[in-house]
Write a protein that binds this ligand. Structure first.
Ligand code: C5P
Length: 214
């Protein structure tokens, strides 16, 4: 299969030296790319600003902002059967970008923000029979919020986790996730390395594809 994966944070610049971003390191998305490639899939990895090496055999596209990530997803999605949206896309960006460094004296302590587009929702019309998988990083029990996102974004399943749980979250090498499906099925995966979790997610995708293909 051809699998498109987004990973890492996006970075929303205010001026050439300042930006809004989040704590995502890209580890889960890069593990997915590595696991998918190891299973023999063709992988395109759209990455926000992270310091990770590109997994062998993976085609990487680097972007910085949410709008650039949206452009890259719209460009690459048609050539893929699966889209895994693992990126921590910034929900907001500064309304105005200053091409020169903003001076403290000229700022009044407020930054006006505008909403970034929801990439999954924007590309939903391109879904056809592609498989879409999303992530929901929550604080606390993720189920209710993750189920809302699963339905709202029209996903085939969502990978939910509590980023405050021991061994889970952004900069760790391990994760503990729950897979939630539109029919209400849930599957708790035990605490494991991000690569093991990624391999389990890719195998669920393979199972779903083989059912759809019959
Ligand atoms: O940020 P949120 O919790 O809504 O993320 C849920 C899912 O939606 C993730 O898979 C994320 O990659 C995706 N998303 C997106 N565009 C955004 C925000 C999130 O595609 N602007």
């Amino acid at each position: 299969m051809r699998i498109l994966i987004t990973a890492g944070p996006t970075r929303e610049p205010l001026d050439p030296v300042r930006f809004i971003s989040n704590r995502s390191t890209g580890k889960m998305g890069f593990a997915l790319a590595q696991a998918a490639q190891a299973r023999g899939h063709e992988v395109t990895l759209i990455a926000g600003p992270v310091t990770l090496p590109t997994p062998d055999g993976v085609t990487r596209v680097d972007i910085e902002t949410a709008l650039q990530m949206l452009d890259a997803v719209e460009c690459h999605l048609p050539a893929h059967e699966v889209y895994i949206s693992c990126a921590a896309v910034a929900d907001w960006r500064p309304a105005v970008y200053s091409p020169t460094k903003l001076k403290k004296a000229g700022m009044d302590g407020t930054i006006q923000l505008v909403r970034n587009p929801d990439i999954l929702k924007t590309v939903r019309p391109l879904k056809d029979n592609k498989l879409f998988v999303g992530f929901a990083a929550e604080t606390g029990v993720p189920d209710a919020e993750a189920t809302r996102k699963l339905n709202e974004k029209g996903l085939d399943f969502i990978v939910a986790n509590d980023v405050t749980a021991p061994g889970a979250g952004f900069a760790t090498d391990t994760n503990r996730v729950t897979l939630l499906y539109p029919n209400g099925t849930r599957e708790d995966l035990p605490l494991a390395s991000k690569l093991e979790i990624a391999t389990a997610i890719i195998s669920r995708i393979e199972q779903l594809r083989s059912v759809t293909d019959c």
